[in-house]
Design a protein around this ligand. Structure first.
Ligand code: AMP
Length: 277
């Protein structure tokens, strides 16, 4: 696996590959890699791409400074995992390399960056769009792979490429889960053993809420999620909502939709986790 830290170097390498007709697939990550990330690499490879994984803990997408500081960083382990997965290229730029100029662009995604994660993490999607746009301009991949665990992020990135009039194909990949159903996340390692057990109940909560949507409707499911979370002192619910999967517009509490996505964000102790079903 080739490892690059400088934009000019990776661009020279990619230009040569592109000129020889190679398709390029890109998997952006913040490191602390797990099998969920590796599943995106596999998907990129299966589509016949020369596969680039980036590791960059993007400071501009963190609304909470202590979250950024405690974000796990495991570069040696990450590099070994990528090597074992036969990833072609690892790109690990520093903050100076990514953001040589001061100032933050301002993106407008309409309502999409103001709901759910956007409402609870001020400026988060602006930071995500900033870093993804920068990576897309540096690497100009044919395809880019994102996990549907960050469901709203996938819609934001699709809106971004539209705004950029970019031909990059955005591929949404399924959520990989631990044996107890907890969505794999870099943040899971920050949970204490007791918190990790509690986090394992999130997918069960989501499954029960889904049943309730079908039988009783959304209001009942929302009450159930709220009351269950309130009964566990270590959990603080940020939101649970049931939305149209294409637009993320909330369904009314009185509805019993067949085509819907339920999204949850909650704290287990100090660690914020998200999931969807
Ligand atoms: P992150 O390093 O958390 O920014 O994630 C990098 C990419 O991996 C994003 O597109 C995530 O949605 C994706 N990802 C994270 N966790 C999972 C998972 N459990 N299954 C599939 N993809 C994931």
């Amino acid at each position: 696996m080739l490892i690059y830290t400088k934009i000019a170097d990776i661009q020279a390498f990619l230009n040569a590959k592109r000129n020889s007709g190679q398709q390029i697939g890109f998997v952006p990550t913040m490191g602390a890699l797990h099998q969920g990330h590796i599943s995106l690499i596999k998907q990129a490879q299966q589509q016949g791409n020369l596969t680039i994984c980036s590791i960059f803990v993007n400071p501009t997408q963190f609304n909470d400074k202590s979250d950024l500081e405690r974000y796990p960083r495991t570069p040696e382990k990450d590099s070994a995992l990528l090597e074992a997965a036969n990833c072609d290229v690892l790109f690990m730029p520093g903050v100076e390399e990514m953001y040589p100029k001061e100032g933050k662009p301002n993106f407008d995604f309409g309502y999409l960056d103001k709901i759910l994660e956007g409402a609870h993490r001020q400026g988060h999607f602006n930071g995500v769009a900033q870093v993804v746009k920068r990576f897309f301009e540096i690497l100009t991949p044919h395809q880019a792979f994102f996990g549907s665990k960050d469901y709203q992020q996938v819609l934001i990135v699709k809106a971004l490429v539209k705004q950029m009039s970019s031909p990059i194909d955005i591929v949404s990949c399924p959520i990989l889960r631990e044996p107890d159903g907890l969505a794999m996340s870099s943040r899971n390692v920050l949970l204490s053993p007791a918190e990790r057990l509690i986090a394992g109940t999130i997918p069960k909560l989501m499954a029960e809420a889904k049943k309730r949507i079908h039988i009783y409707g959304i209001a009942n499911a929302k009450d159930y999620v709220k009351q269950t979370c309130e009964a566990i002192p270590q959990i603080k619910l940020d939101y649970y909502d049931v939305c149209h999967p294409d637009t993320l517009i909330s369904y009314a509490d009185t509805e019993k939709p067949d085509y819907a996505i339920a999204l949850i964000a909650l704290f287990v102790g100090k660690i914020r986790l998200i999931d969807n079903l």
